[in-house]
Design a protein around this ligand. Structure first.
Ligand SMILES: C[S@@+](CC[C@H](N)C(=O)[O-])C[C@H]1O[C@@H](n2cnc3c(N)ncnc32)[C@H](O)[C@@H]1O
Length: 451
């Protein structure tokens, strides 16, 4: 029974990792999809364990693949069939990171390979995992450090090489290492009160009564979760929409925008809706928010969440934010653009492996087109926020310089009450948060008006 259970867990984890690779799903979505097929007494236990495996394997993927590639000599994990590569990753993760006896980790992976593939590949995986067992990672890292410093940092901290190089250029060596370290630390949760249902003091008392210790933050309606007995998502007030989980910097956007009750607001990349719902609450459900997104699936999730939160002034529109226009212009616009997500590695380690320079160039073009479209939709005396969860200049400050010089926007002098300054000539007038400095996603905000 135990054996059967272990084999099933490996298959589930490999399924989830492969869905993340091939369909570019978030780990949460991939987990949900795979567990739809799973039933039985141990379902919840297996789900928790699978989540932990997926999260840690995505976090340490560069290190795991370094071990495998070193043993493979010549070929690489990236050249293997995705599912097979993921089974190998699970085996290496168990023996090198989780403390599973290597023979046990190897046997259970080899058994799955024999079942799913054939004997030659089972032998190949067996040899590879035996090689990994004897591989001296510390020694190999020391050697790498001497000949390729960037490569060394990238493997040691398990980050893409481009990110390590970028962070050092932007922040200097010491701060870049702090950032890499903080991206690998445990996740931090923040909760935002839903003022349509309760207030911050009542929420804090409620959480305290239910074993969740919190602290106030620079944002008046957001609490930092310090520790908890039960995950907050299991609490009644969460299920009833009295509060949401929202990252600290993300919850700053609606305050910077400050939409007023009765205004017309456009959100050009709205799903899954954190900022739309926050704006709706600040508007006391009065006026209208048109929430546009490209993804129907994500918009449908927003519809459900709106009911729970008691949000009533949002119109969901399935459209392209680069082109959408409405009959009238808008008083306020939120443009929380699709981006490389390079500020969210602590929260979503899988995105580390998703973007290369080519993809980033494409997303920058989308951001610019969305900025141009925001300008078309903004009333002459209107204001908007541009934000991303990227650390990069080309997705942030450089786009703002483009918006000022090439589109006709003006930068609003907003008195940011926390966070860091940005870069380039506009650095003093934009907002940056950093995982290593502010204990949240690395984030960018600028406030724009029409010139
Ligand atoms: C950073 S997320 C937005 C997060 C959201 N503002 C929130 O706070 O919950 C970017 C969103 O942009 C959407 N997107 C990507 N390309 C788009 C396009 N051309 N038009 C509209 N939405 C797009 C994605 O589906 C994704 O939901």
């Amino acid at each position: 029974m135990e054996l059967f259970y272990r084999i099933s867990l490996h298959e589930l984890v490999a399924d989830i990792l492969t869905l993340i690779d091939e369909r570019e799903l978030s780990s949460k979505n991939a987990l949900e999809r795979v567990f739809r097929k799973v039933s039985g007494r141990d379902r919840e236990k297996a789900r928790g364990l699978a989540h932990a495996y997926v999260f840690e394997i995505e976090k340490w993927r560069a290190k795991i693949d370094f071990i495998a590639d070193s043993v493979l000599k010549g070929s690489e994990m990236e050249d293997l069939d995705a599912y097979l590569a993921n089974l190998i990753r699970i085996g290496i993760f168990e023996m090198k990171f989780r403390g599973t006896p290597p023979a046990l980790a190897t046997d259970s992976i080899v058994r799955v390979v024999k079942e799913k593939y054939d004997l030659p590949r089972a032998k190949f995986v067996n040899a590879l995992l035996r090689g990994a067992e004897g591989f001296d990672l510390e020694k190999a890292l020391k050697k790498l450090r001497e000949k390729d410093r960037l490569g060394y940092l990238s493997i040691k901290f398990s980050h893409p090489r481009w990110y390590v190089e970028y962070a050092i250029d932007l922040l200097g060596y010491e701060n870049a290492v702090r950032l890499l370290l903080s991206n690998n630390r445990g996740q931090r949760y923040y909760v935002r009160v839903n003022p349509l249902k309760t207030d911050i003091d009542s929420l804090r008392d409620y959480l305290e009564e239910h074993g969740v210790r919190t602290a106030r933050t620079p944002i008046e309606d957001v609490l930092k979760v310090l520790d908890y007995r039960t995950p907050v998502t299991r609490l009644e007030w969460y299920k009833k929409g009295y509060f949401v989980i929202q990252d600290l910097a993300s919850a700053y956007v609606a305050h910077v925008l400050k939409p007023e009750p009765g205004e017309r607001v456009l959100d050009l990349a709205a799903a899954p809706g954190s900022k739309t719902f926050h704006a709706a609450a600040l508007m006391e459900n009065r006026g209208e928010i048109v929430a546009v997104d490209y993804s129907l699936e994500r918009l449908n999730k927003m519809k459900e969440k709106m009911k729970t939160l008691g949000v009533r002034n949002v119109r969901l529109v399935h459209a392209d934010g680069m082109k959408f226009t409405d009959r009238e212009k808008f008083d306020k616009i939120i443009l929380d653009a699709p981006c490389s997500s390079s500020g969210t590695y602590r929260q979503f380690p899988e995105v580390k492996w998703r973007f290369d320079e080519g993809k980033i160039r494409k997303v920058v073009q989308v951001q610019k087109a969305m900025l141009r479209n925001a300008y078309r939709n903004l009333a002459d005396d209107g204001e908007m926020t541009y934000s991303t969860c990227s650390i990069r200049l080309d997705e942030n400050e450089e786009n703002i310089v483009y918006a000022l010089n090439r589109i006709g926007f003006e930068l609003v002098n907003y008195p940011f009450s926390w966070g860091d300054k940005g870069f380039l000539e506009i650095g003093d007038r934009v907002f940056r948060a950093w995982t290593h400095r502010h204990d949240c996603n690395s984030f960018f905000i600028a406030k724009l008006g029409k010139g």
